[in-house]
Ligand binder design. Sequence first.
Ligand SMILES: Nc1ncnc2c1ncn2[C@@H]1O[C@H](COP(=O)(O)OP(=O)(O)O)[C@@H](O)[C@H]1O
Ligand SMILES: [Mg+2]
Length: 505
Amino acid sequence: MNTLSINQLLHFQLFHNYNQTHQIKIMGKIIAGLVGFDDTRQSGVEIPLYKNKVLKIGREQLSREDNTKGEHRCNSYYLRNKHVSLIHCYIWSIQFDEETPFVTYIKCLSSNPVSVNGKPLSRNCYTILNEADEIIIKKSLSARFYYCEGINGSSSNKKVGFSKNGKWCILPHLIGVGTFGTVHVARHVTNPKKLYAVKTIKCDPANKYKVESSILVKLHHTNIIKVYEEKMLKHEGDDYLRIFQDLAIGGDLFSYMSRDNASLLPLPESESLFITYQILKALSYLHSHGVVHRDLKLDNVLIMDVPIQYPFVVLADFGIAKEVDVQQQDLELIFSQYYSQSRSKSRRRCTDRGMPGLKGRASTVAGGLKQPIARMHTIVGTAEYAAPEINILEIGNKVSTEIGYDEKVDVWSLGVVCHILLSGISPFFSDSLKDTVMKTKRGLIFFDMKEWKGVSKEGKLFVKKSLTMDSYSRWSIPECLKSSWLIKDNRQHWLEECYKNVVKR
Ligand SMILES: Nc1ncnc2c1ncn2[C@@H]1O[C@H](COP(=O)(O)OP(=O)(O)O)[C@@H](O)[C@H]1O
Ligand SMILES: [Mg+2]
Protein backbone atom coordinates (compact mmCIF):
# COMPACT_ATOMS: atom_id res chain seq x y z
CA MET A 1 0.00 0.00 0.00
CA ASN A 2 1.27 3.40 -0.88
CA THR A 3 0.92 5.13 2.45
CA LEU A 4 1.78 8.50 0.95
CA SER A 5 -1.53 8.72 -0.84
CA ILE A 6 -3.47 7.62 2.19
CA ASN A 7 -1.68 10.29 4.19
CA GLN A 8 -2.53 12.83 1.54
CA LEU A 9 -6.14 11.89 1.94
CA LEU A 10 -5.84 12.20 5.69
CA HIS A 11 -4.75 15.76 5.21
CA PHE A 12 -8.15 16.62 3.93
CA GLN A 13 -9.40 19.65 5.69
CA LEU A 14 -12.20 17.24 6.63
CA PHE A 15 -9.88 15.29 8.81
CA HIS A 16 -9.16 18.31 10.91
CA ASN A 17 -12.85 18.68 11.62
CA TYR A 18 -12.96 15.15 12.85
CA ASN A 19 -14.78 15.02 16.13
CA GLN A 20 -12.54 14.02 19.03
CA THR A 21 -15.17 11.65 20.38
CA HIS A 22 -14.63 9.44 17.32
CA GLN A 23 -11.12 8.73 18.41
CA ILE A 24 -11.86 6.96 21.67
CA LYS A 25 -9.52 4.08 22.18
CA ILE A 26 -11.66 1.01 22.58
CA MET A 27 -10.01 -2.22 23.62
CA GLY A 28 -13.13 -4.34 23.95
CA LYS A 29 -13.38 -7.99 24.72
CA ILE A 30 -10.60 -10.55 24.21
CA ILE A 31 -12.01 -13.35 22.09
CA ALA A 32 -8.96 -15.31 21.02
CA GLY A 33 -5.18 -15.20 21.06
CA LEU A 34 -1.81 -16.67 20.24
CA VAL A 35 0.26 -18.48 22.83
CA GLY A 36 3.85 -19.48 22.20
CA PHE A 37 7.43 -18.31 22.16
CA ASP A 38 8.86 -14.98 21.02
CA ASP A 39 12.42 -15.67 19.80
CA THR A 40 13.20 -11.95 19.64
CA ARG A 41 12.52 -11.54 23.37
CA GLN A 42 13.52 -15.09 24.29
CA SER A 43 10.33 -15.49 26.27
CA GLY A 44 6.93 -17.10 26.31
CA VAL A 45 4.12 -14.85 25.09
CA GLU A 46 0.38 -14.63 25.01
CA ILE A 47 -0.93 -12.19 22.39
CA PRO A 48 -4.59 -11.26 22.77
CA LEU A 49 -7.00 -10.80 19.87
CA TYR A 50 -9.75 -8.30 20.61
CA LYS A 51 -13.24 -8.28 19.18
CA ASN A 52 -13.48 -5.71 16.37
CA LYS A 53 -9.75 -5.09 16.36
CA VAL A 54 -7.14 -6.15 13.88
CA LEU A 55 -3.95 -7.58 15.37
CA LYS A 56 -0.93 -6.27 13.51
CA ILE A 57 2.29 -8.26 13.94
CA GLY A 58 5.48 -6.66 12.70
CA ARG A 59 8.48 -4.47 13.32
CA GLU A 60 6.55 -1.20 13.13
CA GLN A 61 5.69 0.59 16.35
CA LEU A 62 2.61 2.73 16.54
CA SER A 63 3.23 6.36 17.27
CA ARG A 64 0.84 8.50 19.28
CA GLU A 65 -0.06 10.25 16.06
CA ASP A 66 -1.03 6.96 14.39
CA ASN A 67 -3.65 6.48 17.03
CA THR A 68 -5.49 9.52 15.81
CA LYS A 69 -5.40 8.24 12.25
CA GLY A 70 -7.73 5.33 12.64
CA GLU A 71 -5.14 3.01 14.09
CA HIS A 72 -7.53 2.53 16.99
CA ARG A 73 -8.85 -0.24 14.76
CA CYS A 74 -5.53 -2.05 15.28
CA ASN A 75 -3.63 -3.58 18.09
CA SER A 76 0.06 -4.24 17.57
CA TYR A 77 2.56 -6.84 18.59
CA TYR A 78 6.18 -5.88 17.86
CA LEU A 79 8.86 -8.31 16.82
CA ARG A 80 12.32 -6.79 16.90
CA ASN A 81 14.08 -8.78 14.21
CA LYS A 82 15.39 -7.70 10.84
CA HIS A 83 13.72 -10.68 9.13
CA VAL A 84 10.36 -9.34 10.20
CA SER A 85 8.62 -6.80 7.97
CA LEU A 86 7.24 -3.54 9.31
CA ILE A 87 3.78 -5.07 8.97
CA HIS A 88 4.38 -8.79 8.68
CA CYS A 89 0.84 -10.11 9.05
CA TYR A 90 -2.63 -9.18 10.20
CA ILE A 91 -4.96 -11.40 12.24
CA TRP A 92 -8.60 -10.48 12.85
CA SER A 93 -11.96 -12.07 13.59
CA ILE A 94 -15.30 -11.40 11.99
CA GLN A 95 -18.59 -12.21 13.62
CA PHE A 96 -21.79 -11.66 11.67
CA ASP A 97 -23.95 -11.38 14.80
CA GLU A 98 -24.12 -12.70 18.36
CA GLU A 99 -25.60 -16.01 17.22
CA THR A 100 -22.93 -16.83 14.66
CA PRO A 101 -19.38 -17.99 15.43
CA PHE A 102 -16.26 -15.89 14.93
CA VAL A 103 -14.24 -16.58 11.81
CA THR A 104 -10.57 -15.63 12.20
CA TYR A 105 -8.36 -14.73 9.26
CA ILE A 106 -4.60 -14.30 8.92
CA LYS A 107 -3.10 -12.34 6.03
CA CYS A 108 0.60 -12.20 5.24
CA LEU A 109 2.05 -8.91 3.96
CA SER A 110 5.68 -9.90 3.97
CA SER A 111 7.84 -11.46 1.27
CA ASN A 112 9.08 -13.62 4.13
CA PRO A 113 6.12 -16.05 4.37
CA VAL A 114 4.28 -16.88 7.58
CA SER A 115 3.96 -20.61 8.14
CA VAL A 116 0.51 -21.89 9.14
CA ASN A 117 0.54 -25.56 10.15
CA GLY A 118 3.79 -25.97 8.24
CA LYS A 119 2.41 -24.49 5.01
CA PRO A 120 3.81 -21.17 3.80
CA LEU A 121 1.38 -18.30 3.49
CA SER A 122 2.91 -15.98 0.90
CA ARG A 123 2.67 -12.23 0.56
CA ASN A 124 -0.91 -10.95 0.16
CA CYS A 125 -2.37 -14.41 0.80
CA TYR A 126 -4.76 -15.17 3.60
CA THR A 127 -6.32 -18.18 5.26
CA ILE A 128 -8.71 -19.01 8.09
CA LEU A 129 -7.27 -19.92 11.47
CA ASN A 130 -8.77 -22.80 13.41
CA GLU A 131 -8.28 -23.80 17.04
CA ALA A 132 -4.70 -24.95 17.76
CA ASP A 133 -3.31 -23.93 14.36
CA GLU A 134 0.44 -23.38 14.51
CA ILE A 135 1.81 -20.04 13.29
CA ILE A 136 5.52 -19.53 12.73
CA ILE A 137 7.35 -16.40 11.69
CA LYS A 138 10.89 -17.65 11.09
CA LYS A 139 13.44 -16.70 13.75
CA SER A 140 10.85 -14.59 15.56
CA LEU A 141 7.66 -16.20 16.70
CA SER A 142 6.15 -19.64 17.06
CA ALA A 143 2.68 -19.79 18.52
CA ARG A 144 -0.66 -21.55 18.53
CA PHE A 145 -3.99 -19.93 17.89
CA TYR A 146 -6.84 -20.45 20.36
CA TYR A 147 -10.34 -19.16 21.01
CA CYS A 148 -11.07 -18.03 24.57
CA GLU A 149 -13.34 -20.17 26.68
CA GLY A 150 -16.99 -19.53 25.98
CA ILE A 151 -16.22 -17.96 22.62
CA ASN A 152 -17.92 -19.59 19.70
CA GLY A 153 -15.24 -19.86 17.06
CA SER A 154 -15.91 -21.33 13.64
CA SER A 155 -13.98 -24.55 13.29
CA SER A 156 -12.89 -26.73 10.40
CA ASN A 157 -13.92 -29.89 12.29
CA LYS A 158 -17.63 -29.19 12.10
CA LYS A 159 -19.45 -30.70 9.14
CA VAL A 160 -21.79 -28.79 6.90
CA GLY A 161 -24.63 -30.64 5.17
CA PHE A 162 -24.28 -31.46 1.44
CA SER A 163 -20.85 -29.91 1.40
CA LYS A 164 -19.78 -31.07 -2.06
CA ASN A 165 -21.21 -29.26 -5.05
CA GLY A 166 -19.58 -30.25 -8.32
CA LYS A 167 -16.08 -28.81 -8.30
CA TRP A 168 -16.90 -26.76 -5.22
CA CYS A 169 -16.43 -27.73 -1.61
CA ILE A 170 -18.41 -25.86 1.07
CA LEU A 171 -16.42 -25.29 4.27
CA PRO A 172 -18.11 -25.24 7.68
CA HIS A 173 -17.27 -21.61 8.43
CA LEU A 174 -20.51 -19.66 8.56
CA ILE A 175 -19.96 -16.00 7.61
CA GLY A 176 -23.45 -14.62 7.24
CA VAL A 177 -27.11 -15.28 7.73
CA GLY A 178 -29.38 -13.11 5.66
CA THR A 179 -33.12 -12.84 5.40
CA PHE A 180 -33.10 -15.46 2.67
CA GLY A 181 -29.78 -17.24 2.66
CA THR A 182 -26.83 -18.52 4.63
CA VAL A 183 -23.30 -17.72 3.55
CA HIS A 184 -20.34 -20.07 4.03
CA VAL A 185 -16.71 -20.18 2.94
CA ALA A 186 -15.97 -22.38 -0.09
CA ARG A 187 -13.08 -23.69 -2.15
CA HIS A 188 -12.79 -24.72 -5.78
CA VAL A 189 -10.81 -27.84 -6.76
CA THR A 190 -8.70 -25.94 -9.28
CA ASN A 191 -7.13 -23.74 -6.60
CA PRO A 192 -7.52 -25.18 -3.11
CA LYS A 193 -5.63 -22.25 -1.58
CA LYS A 194 -8.13 -19.59 -2.68
CA LEU A 195 -11.20 -19.03 -0.54
CA TYR A 196 -14.62 -18.01 -1.87
CA ALA A 197 -18.00 -17.29 -0.34
CA VAL A 198 -21.14 -19.21 -1.19
CA LYS A 199 -24.67 -18.07 -0.53
CA THR A 200 -27.20 -20.91 -0.25
CA ILE A 201 -30.85 -20.05 -0.70
CA LYS A 202 -33.68 -22.50 -0.26
CA CYS A 203 -36.13 -21.89 -3.04
CA ASP A 204 -38.91 -23.25 -5.14
CA PRO A 205 -38.11 -23.43 -8.83
CA ALA A 206 -40.00 -20.20 -9.56
CA ASN A 207 -38.06 -18.39 -6.87
CA LYS A 208 -37.08 -14.81 -7.39
CA TYR A 209 -33.51 -15.63 -6.45
CA LYS A 210 -32.96 -16.73 -9.97
CA VAL A 211 -33.15 -13.00 -10.54
CA GLU A 212 -30.25 -12.35 -8.16
CA SER A 213 -27.91 -14.65 -10.03
CA SER A 214 -29.16 -13.64 -13.47
CA ILE A 215 -28.50 -9.98 -12.65
CA LEU A 216 -25.20 -10.58 -10.89
CA VAL A 217 -23.55 -12.64 -13.59
CA LYS A 218 -24.04 -9.74 -16.02
CA LEU A 219 -22.48 -7.11 -13.80
CA HIS A 220 -18.77 -6.41 -13.84
CA HIS A 221 -17.60 -3.58 -11.66
CA THR A 222 -14.82 -3.23 -9.09
CA ASN A 223 -17.34 -2.18 -6.42
CA ILE A 224 -19.84 -4.94 -7.09
CA ILE A 225 -19.32 -8.43 -5.67
CA LYS A 226 -17.90 -10.77 -8.27
CA VAL A 227 -19.92 -13.92 -8.91
CA TYR A 228 -18.25 -16.99 -10.39
CA GLU A 229 -20.96 -19.56 -10.74
CA GLU A 230 -24.48 -20.35 -9.67
CA LYS A 231 -25.83 -23.85 -9.16
CA MET A 232 -29.26 -25.27 -8.48
CA LEU A 233 -29.30 -28.43 -6.41
CA LYS A 234 -31.73 -30.76 -4.70
CA HIS A 235 -31.21 -31.93 -1.14
CA GLU A 236 -33.69 -34.12 0.72
CA GLY A 237 -36.46 -33.12 -1.65
CA ASP A 238 -35.85 -29.36 -1.40
CA ASP A 239 -34.44 -27.05 -4.07
CA TYR A 240 -31.50 -24.81 -3.33
CA LEU A 241 -29.66 -22.19 -5.28
CA ARG A 242 -25.98 -21.63 -4.59
CA ILE A 243 -24.17 -18.47 -5.67
CA PHE A 244 -20.38 -18.77 -5.58
CA GLN A 245 -18.69 -15.41 -5.22
CA ASP A 246 -15.61 -13.59 -3.98
CA LEU A 247 -15.05 -13.78 -0.24
CA ALA A 248 -15.14 -10.42 1.53
CA ILE A 249 -12.60 -11.09 4.29
CA GLY A 250 -13.36 -7.83 6.10
CA GLY A 251 -17.04 -8.71 6.75
CA ASP A 252 -19.77 -6.15 6.16
CA LEU A 253 -20.06 -2.47 7.05
CA PHE A 254 -22.43 -3.27 9.88
CA SER A 255 -19.81 -5.41 11.66
CA TYR A 256 -17.14 -2.82 10.83
CA MET A 257 -19.08 -0.12 12.65
CA SER A 258 -20.27 -2.33 15.54
CA ARG A 259 -18.69 -1.83 18.91
CA ASP A 260 -18.71 -3.74 22.17
CA ASN A 261 -20.92 -1.34 24.01
CA ALA A 262 -23.71 -2.36 21.67
CA SER A 263 -23.64 0.66 19.42
CA LEU A 264 -22.42 1.70 16.02
CA LEU A 265 -19.30 3.82 16.05
CA PRO A 266 -19.41 6.70 13.57
CA LEU A 267 -16.51 6.86 11.14
CA PRO A 268 -14.28 9.86 10.49
CA GLU A 269 -15.76 12.08 7.82
CA SER A 270 -13.00 11.43 5.30
CA GLU A 271 -13.51 7.67 5.67
CA SER A 272 -17.30 8.04 5.38
CA LEU A 273 -16.75 10.06 2.23
CA PHE A 274 -14.41 7.44 0.80
CA ILE A 275 -16.93 4.65 1.43
CA THR A 276 -19.78 6.76 0.01
CA TYR A 277 -17.67 7.46 -3.06
CA GLN A 278 -17.25 3.74 -3.72
CA ILE A 279 -20.96 3.02 -3.21
CA LEU A 280 -21.71 5.86 -5.63
CA LYS A 281 -19.42 4.27 -8.21
CA ALA A 282 -21.31 0.99 -7.84
CA LEU A 283 -24.74 2.68 -8.01
CA SER A 284 -23.82 4.78 -11.00
CA TYR A 285 -22.73 1.63 -12.83
CA LEU A 286 -25.90 -0.21 -11.81
CA HIS A 287 -28.29 2.56 -12.77
CA SER A 288 -26.58 3.13 -16.10
CA HIS A 289 -27.11 -0.60 -16.76
CA GLY A 290 -30.76 -0.40 -15.83
CA VAL A 291 -30.47 -2.15 -12.46
CA VAL A 292 -31.92 -0.80 -9.21
CA HIS A 293 -30.53 -2.46 -6.10
CA ARG A 294 -33.49 -1.71 -3.79
CA ASP A 295 -31.82 -3.09 -0.65
CA LEU A 296 -28.80 -0.90 -0.01
CA LYS A 297 -27.88 -1.07 3.68
CA LEU A 298 -24.82 -1.56 5.92
CA ASP A 299 -25.24 -5.36 5.85
CA ASN A 300 -25.05 -5.43 2.06
CA VAL A 301 -21.84 -3.42 1.73
CA LEU A 302 -18.89 -5.77 2.10
CA ILE A 303 -15.23 -5.10 2.93
CA MET A 304 -12.90 -6.92 0.56
CA ASP A 305 -9.65 -6.68 2.53
CA VAL A 306 -8.37 -6.43 6.11
CA PRO A 307 -10.92 -4.27 7.97
CA ILE A 308 -8.65 -1.32 8.63
CA GLN A 309 -9.30 2.33 7.91
CA TYR A 310 -10.25 3.37 4.35
CA PRO A 311 -11.63 -0.04 3.38
CA PHE A 312 -12.25 -1.24 -0.15
CA VAL A 313 -15.99 -1.92 -0.30
CA VAL A 314 -18.31 -3.71 -2.71
CA LEU A 315 -22.06 -3.82 -3.06
CA ALA A 316 -23.61 -7.27 -2.56
CA ASP A 317 -26.98 -8.98 -2.16
CA PHE A 318 -28.94 -8.47 -5.35
CA GLY A 319 -31.78 -10.62 -3.99
CA ILE A 320 -34.43 -7.99 -4.66
CA ALA A 321 -32.61 -5.99 -7.32
CA LYS A 322 -34.62 -5.18 -10.39
CA GLU A 323 -33.88 -4.48 -14.02
CA VAL A 324 -35.74 -1.42 -15.25
CA ASP A 325 -35.72 1.08 -18.08
CA VAL A 326 -34.02 3.81 -16.13
CA GLN A 327 -33.63 7.08 -17.91
CA GLN A 328 -30.32 6.82 -19.72
CA GLN A 329 -27.99 9.15 -17.91
CA ASP A 330 -24.50 9.56 -19.06
CA LEU A 331 -22.81 8.61 -15.86
CA GLU A 332 -19.59 7.74 -17.56
CA LEU A 333 -19.41 11.34 -18.70
CA ILE A 334 -19.79 12.57 -15.14
CA PHE A 335 -16.92 10.38 -14.12
CA SER A 336 -14.65 11.50 -16.89
CA GLN A 337 -15.55 15.12 -16.22
CA TYR A 338 -14.90 15.03 -12.53
CA TYR A 339 -12.82 12.02 -11.73
CA SER A 340 -10.64 10.72 -14.51
CA GLN A 341 -8.65 13.93 -14.88
CA SER A 342 -7.38 13.35 -11.40
CA ARG A 343 -6.35 9.87 -12.46
CA SER A 344 -4.08 11.24 -15.10
CA LYS A 345 -2.53 13.58 -12.54
CA SER A 346 -1.64 10.94 -10.56
CA ARG A 347 -27.45 -7.22 12.88
CA ARG A 348 -27.66 -4.88 14.87
CA ARG A 349 -27.93 -1.21 14.51
CA CYS A 350 -28.60 2.15 15.99
CA THR A 351 -31.70 3.14 17.77
CA ASP A 352 -33.65 6.25 17.90
CA ARG A 353 -32.52 9.77 17.51
CA GLY A 354 -29.65 10.62 19.78
CA MET A 355 -29.36 7.20 21.35
CA PRO A 356 -27.18 4.92 19.30
CA GLY A 357 -27.51 1.34 20.48
CA LEU A 358 -27.77 -2.11 19.06
CA LYS A 359 -31.17 -3.44 18.20
CA GLY A 360 -30.58 -6.20 15.71
CA ARG A 361 -29.85 -6.32 12.03
CA ALA A 362 -32.57 -5.05 9.80
CA SER A 363 -34.26 -7.62 7.62
CA THR A 364 -35.47 -7.36 4.10
CA VAL A 365 -39.05 -7.60 2.90
CA ALA A 366 -39.55 -9.05 -0.55
CA GLY A 367 -42.33 -8.55 -2.99
CA GLY A 368 -42.90 -10.54 -6.14
CA LEU A 369 -40.97 -9.48 -9.20
CA LYS A 370 -42.63 -8.65 -12.47
CA GLN A 371 -41.23 -8.12 -15.93
CA PRO A 372 -38.98 -5.08 -16.34
CA ILE A 373 -41.00 -1.88 -16.30
CA ALA A 374 -40.04 1.77 -16.18
CA ARG A 375 -41.31 2.34 -12.67
CA MET A 376 -41.60 -0.21 -9.95
CA HIS A 377 -44.64 -0.79 -7.77
CA THR A 378 -43.65 -3.79 -5.68
CA ILE A 379 -43.08 -3.21 -2.02
CA VAL A 380 -39.61 -4.40 -1.12
CA GLY A 381 -36.58 -3.46 0.91
CA THR A 382 -35.69 -2.87 4.53
CA ALA A 383 -37.98 -0.44 6.34
CA GLU A 384 -35.20 1.52 7.98
CA TYR A 385 -33.54 2.24 4.65
CA ALA A 386 -36.63 2.29 2.39
CA ALA A 387 -37.61 5.51 0.63
CA PRO A 388 -40.98 6.99 1.66
CA GLU A 389 -42.48 6.30 -1.78
CA ILE A 390 -41.98 2.53 -1.33
CA ASN A 391 -44.73 2.30 1.28
CA ILE A 392 -43.26 -0.68 3.05
CA LEU A 393 -46.27 -1.17 5.35
CA GLU A 394 -48.26 -2.53 2.47
CA ILE A 395 -46.12 -5.63 2.12
CA GLY A 396 -47.16 -7.82 -0.77
CA ASN A 397 -49.27 -5.06 -2.27
CA LYS A 398 -48.50 -2.50 -4.88
CA VAL A 399 -47.54 1.01 -3.96
CA SER A 400 -50.80 2.77 -3.23
CA THR A 401 -50.18 5.67 -5.58
CA GLU A 402 -50.09 5.19 -9.30
CA ILE A 403 -46.73 6.91 -9.39
CA GLY A 404 -44.65 4.03 -8.10
CA TYR A 405 -40.95 4.56 -7.59
CA ASP A 406 -37.73 4.51 -9.52
CA GLU A 407 -33.95 4.28 -9.10
CA LYS A 408 -34.00 7.25 -6.71
CA VAL A 409 -34.93 4.76 -3.95
CA ASP A 410 -31.25 3.73 -3.98
CA VAL A 411 -30.24 7.35 -3.39
CA TRP A 412 -32.51 7.50 -0.33
CA SER A 413 -30.95 4.31 1.07
CA LEU A 414 -27.51 5.78 0.38
CA GLY A 415 -28.59 8.83 2.39
CA VAL A 416 -29.53 6.58 5.33
CA VAL A 417 -26.20 4.71 5.05
CA CYS A 418 -24.32 8.01 4.92
CA HIS A 419 -26.26 9.37 7.92
CA ILE A 420 -25.20 6.28 9.92
CA LEU A 421 -21.58 6.44 8.72
CA LEU A 422 -21.23 10.06 9.82
CA SER A 423 -23.21 10.02 13.06
CA GLY A 424 -23.70 6.38 14.10
CA ILE A 425 -27.44 7.07 14.12
CA SER A 426 -30.03 5.49 11.88
CA PRO A 427 -32.32 8.44 11.11
CA PHE A 428 -35.69 6.68 10.87
CA PHE A 429 -35.16 3.60 12.97
CA SER A 430 -37.80 2.79 15.53
CA ASP A 431 -38.70 -0.29 17.54
CA SER A 432 -41.76 -1.04 15.47
CA LEU A 433 -42.05 -1.29 11.72
CA LYS A 434 -45.04 1.03 11.78
CA ASP A 435 -43.13 3.76 13.64
CA THR A 436 -40.15 3.38 11.32
CA VAL A 437 -42.43 3.93 8.35
CA MET A 438 -44.11 6.90 10.04
CA LYS A 439 -40.74 8.48 10.79
CA THR A 440 -39.65 7.90 7.19
CA LYS A 441 -42.82 9.53 5.92
CA ARG A 442 -42.15 12.56 8.09
CA GLY A 443 -38.57 12.54 6.84
CA LEU A 444 -37.16 14.73 9.59
CA ILE A 445 -33.41 14.72 10.12
CA PHE A 446 -31.67 16.51 12.95
CA PHE A 447 -28.19 17.92 12.56
CA ASP A 448 -28.26 19.72 15.91
CA MET A 449 -27.24 16.63 17.88
CA LYS A 450 -23.74 16.27 19.29
CA GLU A 451 -23.01 13.38 16.90
CA TRP A 452 -23.00 15.87 14.02
CA LYS A 453 -20.59 18.26 15.63
CA GLY A 454 -17.51 18.46 13.47
CA VAL A 455 -19.18 17.16 10.32
CA SER A 456 -18.74 19.62 7.45
CA LYS A 457 -21.68 21.54 6.00
CA GLU A 458 -21.03 19.81 2.67
CA GLY A 459 -21.42 16.40 4.33
CA LYS A 460 -24.70 17.46 5.94
CA LEU A 461 -25.93 18.88 2.63
CA PHE A 462 -25.20 15.55 0.94
CA VAL A 463 -27.26 13.69 3.56
CA LYS A 464 -30.06 16.24 3.33
CA LYS A 465 -30.27 16.14 -0.45
CA SER A 466 -30.20 12.34 -0.66
CA LEU A 467 -32.86 12.16 2.05
CA THR A 468 -35.23 14.53 0.30
CA MET A 469 -38.83 13.31 0.62
CA ASP A 470 -39.91 14.21 -2.88
CA SER A 471 -38.08 11.82 -5.17
CA TYR A 472 -38.13 14.33 -8.05
CA SER A 473 -36.20 16.90 -6.03
CA ARG A 474 -33.98 14.26 -4.42
CA TRP A 475 -30.49 14.24 -5.90
CA SER A 476 -29.81 11.71 -8.62
CA ILE A 477 -26.56 9.72 -8.63
CA PRO A 478 -24.93 12.19 -11.10
CA GLU A 479 -25.92 15.07 -8.81
CA CYS A 480 -24.47 13.24 -5.81
CA LEU A 481 -21.23 12.77 -7.74
CA LYS A 482 -21.07 16.48 -8.54
CA SER A 483 -21.83 17.55 -4.97
CA SER A 484 -19.50 19.86 -3.11
CA TRP A 485 -18.84 17.10 -0.58
CA LEU A 486 -17.11 15.07 -3.28
CA ILE A 487 -15.46 17.74 -5.39
CA LYS A 488 -14.65 20.67 -3.11
CA ASP A 489 -10.95 21.66 -3.05
CA ASN A 490 -10.14 19.14 -5.77
CA ARG A 491 -11.11 16.37 -3.36
CA GLN A 492 -11.96 14.02 -6.20
CA HIS A 493 -8.25 13.80 -6.90
CA TRP A 494 -7.52 12.42 -3.43
CA LEU A 495 -10.51 10.14 -3.57
CA GLU A 496 -9.26 8.58 -6.80
CA GLU A 497 -5.73 8.30 -5.41
CA CYS A 498 -6.95 6.55 -2.32
CA TYR A 499 -9.24 4.38 -4.44
CA LYS A 500 -6.41 3.22 -6.66
CA ASN A 501 -4.42 2.32 -3.58
CA VAL A 502 -7.04 0.19 -1.89
CA VAL A 503 -8.10 -1.58 -5.07
CA LYS A 504 -4.47 -2.56 -5.69
CA ARG A 505 -3.89 -3.77 -2.15
N1 LIG B 1 -19.21 -12.64 -0.47
C1 LIG B 1 -19.29 -12.51 0.83
N2 LIG B 1 -18.20 -12.46 1.60
C2 LIG B 1 -18.29 -12.30 2.94
N3 LIG B 1 -19.46 -12.17 3.61
C3 LIG B 1 -20.60 -12.22 2.89
C4 LIG B 1 -20.59 -12.38 1.48
N4 LIG B 1 -21.86 -12.35 1.04
C5 LIG B 1 -22.63 -12.18 2.13
N5 LIG B 1 -21.89 -12.10 3.24
C6 LIG B 1 -22.40 -11.92 4.62
O1 LIG B 1 -23.62 -12.63 4.73
C7 LIG B 1 -24.70 -11.72 4.98
C8 LIG B 1 -25.95 -12.20 4.26
O2 LIG B 1 -25.70 -12.27 2.86
P1 LIG B 1 -26.69 -11.60 1.82
O3 LIG B 1 -26.19 -11.86 0.44
O4 LIG B 1 -26.87 -10.17 2.18
O5 LIG B 1 -28.02 -12.45 2.08
P2 LIG B 1 -29.54 -12.02 2.25
O6 LIG B 1 -30.09 -11.82 0.88
O7 LIG B 1 -30.18 -13.19 2.88
O8 LIG B 1 -29.56 -10.77 3.08
C9 LIG B 1 -24.20 -10.35 4.56
O9 LIG B 1 -24.84 -9.32 5.28
C10 LIG B 1 -22.71 -10.45 4.87
O10 LIG B 1 -22.43 -10.15 6.22
MG1 LIG C 1 -28.40 -8.98 2.79
